[in-house]
Design a protein around this ligand. Structure first.
Ligand code: ATP
Ligand code: HSE
Length: 320
């Protein structure tokens, strides 16, 4: 899954009238992803991805997400390019949902990544941060401290159903992060969800980045912390320092980190682990049994959170 909203040919053809796509030849739902409904369209001119935006995407944020993709693509970052409608708008409405067409990117996401891929990822992330510096729109990170507190307020009372002791452990963690969260690190536009399934490779070469629907303005080093969690733990949940070192070295080959960013990395990694723990926990507790969506395991991120809590300095991530 993810096709939450089904579409039919008549509605789709009507929607496509506002675009210059050529003739629709076929369309099919894409099973992967958990947030939005995605379809692959073939026209007599080019393949396209159609996305219908679901519960977590606020329509007011679409100009930011779609404008950002356009901005980055114009600066040579390989990411989907939104196709404008003939009236210039970057999205329309289909089956009662906001919907956009974006270019199809070649490549596949890696089911098993190696340190060399993490290095490429680091390079691409830093290039993206630099290309985003002059993006004129702004979007606060709705899933930073305040968002974490809101999510926790909705889940805390039932957290011990998932693992005993969670309620007190996470409450303490949140209080600590609220107390110590950095205030003055370099900021910019971040992707904020750069998991392996959002990064395409052709062979060993990174071919593109997708899914900008959590992008926002926040600390640049926080994006690196998201990648440390999403890319540098093995299936047995052990931390792979070789991958972390490669990721950070790749990043620093384009954008060197300041001393303050390096010092803050373990704390940022804790925050990032907590962010994904909390969204997963919320979904775990609220998604009805039998829903056609893969529920991601919150406890995976609890493990990562505990790991970073034990880290004394960024040297443990392979930084020399
Ligand atoms: N521009 C694109 N080019 C090629 N394939 C794409 C593109 N955008 C999306 N896809 C395909 O659709 C799938 C789901 O896309 P995406 O990750 O954006 O969905 P999502 O529901 O927002 O998922 P999640 O947030 O869980 O990663 C991708 O794994 C990929 O197979
Ligand atoms: N990448 C997220 C899901 C999509 O936002 C997670 O793994 O929890």
């Amino acid at each position: 899954m993810a096709v939450y909203t089904d579409i039919n040919e008549v509605d789709l053809k009507d929607f496509l009238q506002a675009y210059d796509t050529g003739e629709l030849l076929s369309f099919k739902g894409i099973a992967e992803g958990v947030e939005n409904s995605n379809f692959l369209l073939h026209t007599d001119r080019f393949p396209l991805i159609l996305t219908l935006y679901e519960k977590r995407v606020d329509e007011n944020d679409l100009p930011f997400y779609l404008g950002l993709m356009q901005h980055l693509a114009e600066r040579g970052i390989s990411c989907p390019l939104p196709l404008p409608r003939s009236d210039g708008a970057l999205y329309g409405q289909l089956c009662g949902r906001p919907a956009a067409l974006i270019s199809f990117l070649e490549g596949m996401w890696l089911r098993k990544s190696e340190a060399r891929h993490c290095r490429e990822l680091g390079v691409a992330l830093a290039r993206m941060h630099i290309a985003g510096q002059d993006f004129p729109l702004r979007r606060e990170n709705a899933l930073s401290l305040k968002g974490w507190v809101d999510l926790w307020d909705k889940s805390a009372a039932r957290a011990d159903e998932v693992q005993s002791g969670l309620e007190s452990e996470i409450s303490e963690e949140l209080a600590l992060l609220e107390d110590r969260w950095p205030v003055d690190l370099p900021e910019g536009v971040i992707h904020a969800d750069l998991f392996p399934d959002n990064v395409f490779f052709i062979g060993d070469t990174l071919s593109g980045v997708i899914d900008f629907y959590f992008a926002c303005n926040d600390f640049l080093a926080y994006d690196l912390a998201v990648c440390l969690n999403a890319w540098c733990f093995e299936k047995d949940r052990s931390f792979n320092v070789t991958k972390a070192k490669a990721l950070i070295e790749g990043y620093q080959s384009v954008r060197p980190l300041s001393a303050a960013e390096i010092e803050a990395l373990p704390l940022l990694a804790r925050g990032s682990a907590l962010r994904f723990f909390l969204t997963r926990l919320y979904d775990w507790l609220t998604t009805p049994e039998g829903a056609l969506v893969v529920k991601k395991d919150p406890l995976e991120y609890l493990r990562y959170l505990r790991f970073h809590r034990s880290v004394k300095s960024a040297g443990e991530y392979g930084l020399s």
